[in-house]
Design a protein around this ligand. Structure first.
Ligand code: PLP
Length: 347
């Protein structure tokens, strides 16, 4: 066995390996452990060997939460997290929704810093290099199956491809797919966890496969009562000129049952500072057809224009795509836009 061994990761009472050095080009895994006093003690571990119990409820029930953030190397080749605070804020909100005792922000910050340092030491990082930083917390091993019932938490840092210019030029063909629940359901049935980023993404992945089987690239979910929601892994943005002649940057109303996007929040804050009028829906499919542009945005893939909805072509505005991506790349403070709560706008 190597310096790290299967199963030795996250369970109290096992012998801990002393250290692990990641190999060049490989993902970096940091386990969020605590010391005897309960203080954060993040530890590098081998991502190529198992660390989870087969009874872990993250695996057996999809009972857990995650975040996918982006780190980008600056001009000196130093890896820097993008909007980590917003991701940790959303992780805490997801944890509260699931009544999950997730590690505190300081523990994640220490783990991510350790992971970035280890990746930089193992690789020649060039300016612009990107890492997807995935933070995961599960409910942990099932006590009924003999496990120690404590949450399992880790950060996995993986090299991410450069932004796909070709995909961005071409644009996405999306299908509108009914998520099957009405827009009142999130309020009526909070156990649906629509606003939490849970591990239960099998439905989202099935929707993406359905789209690909039908000649499309991606999906925009709608509620059963006909409101626009979000993509399976993205937030919808729309630019549209209203009947009052004012051009606005719009996103669906979060209260209809979507995740608060951190990319949307950063872009909205920057656009607001730039003088744009903002709007938070509610939006319906007809709003896509009359739009000057529609985009799917998320932390790692960035800003991608939509070029067709259910087979009907819509305009693609490369200048607006560039502006929105520049707002995201500027990585400003998402401020009050992070919650997705409506900001007062004229009209
Ligand atoms: N909506 C859903 C359902 C998502 O899974 C994601 C990200 O994966 C987003 C929106 C976009 O969120 P963010 O911009 O914070 O990456």
């Amino acid at each position: 066995p190597g310096p790290d061994r299967p199963g030795a990761g996250v369970y109290p009472g096992r012998m801990r390996p002393t250290s692990f050095s990641p190999a060049a080009g490989s993902p970096v895994l940091v386990l969020l452990e605590t010391d005897a006093d309960g203080a954060p003690a993040p530890r590098l571990a081998d991502p190529a060997v198992p660390h989870l119990s087969v009874t872990d409820q993250g695996v057996t029930r999809g009972d857990g939460i995650f975040e996918t953030a982006l780190a980008v190397a600056d001009g000196l080749g130093t890896l820097r997290m993008r909007k980590l605070g917003a991701h940790l804020g959303r992780l805490a909100a997801s944890a509260a929704a699931l009544q999950l005792a997730a590690p505190e922000a300081a523990a994640w910050e220490a783990a991510v810093a350790l992971g970035l340092r280890a990746f930089s030491e193992a690789n020649d990082v060039a300016p612009g290099d990107r890492l997807a930083v995935r933070l995961t917390v599960t409910r942990g091993p099932d006590a009924a199956a003999g496990g120690v019932p404590a949450p399992t938490a880790w950060a996995l840092l993986s090299p991410a491809p450069a932004i796909q210019d070709e995909e961005r030029q071409r644009g996405l063909r999306v299908l509108l797919l009914d998520r099957g629940i009405d827009s009142q359901a999130p309020e009526r049935s909070p156990w649906l966890l629509t606003g939490a980023k849970t591990l239960s993404y099998a439905v989202n992945m099935a929707a993406l496969r359905h789209a690909r089987d039908h000649g499309a690239d991606d999906v925009v979910f709608t509620s059963a009562d006909g409101y626009l929601l979000e993509g399976p892994t993205s937030t919808v943005l729309i630019v549209r000129t209203g009947e009052d002649g004012v051009r606005r940057l719009l996103t669906p109303l979060r209260q209809k049952g979507i995740l608060a996007g951190t990319s949307q929040a950063v872009i909205f804050a920057a656009a607001h500072a730039d003088g744009w009028e903002l709007g938070y829906g509610p939006l319906v499919p007809a709003d896509l057809q009359g739009a000057e542009g529609v985009w799917l945005v998320s932390s790692v893939r960035g800003v991608l224009p939509v070029r067709a909805v259910d087979g009907v072509e819509i305009p693609v505005d490369h200048e607006l795509t560039g502006m929105l991506q520049a707002h995201l790349d500027a990585d400003g403070d998402p401020g009050r836009h992070v919650s997705g709560d409506p900001v007062p706008t004229a009209g």
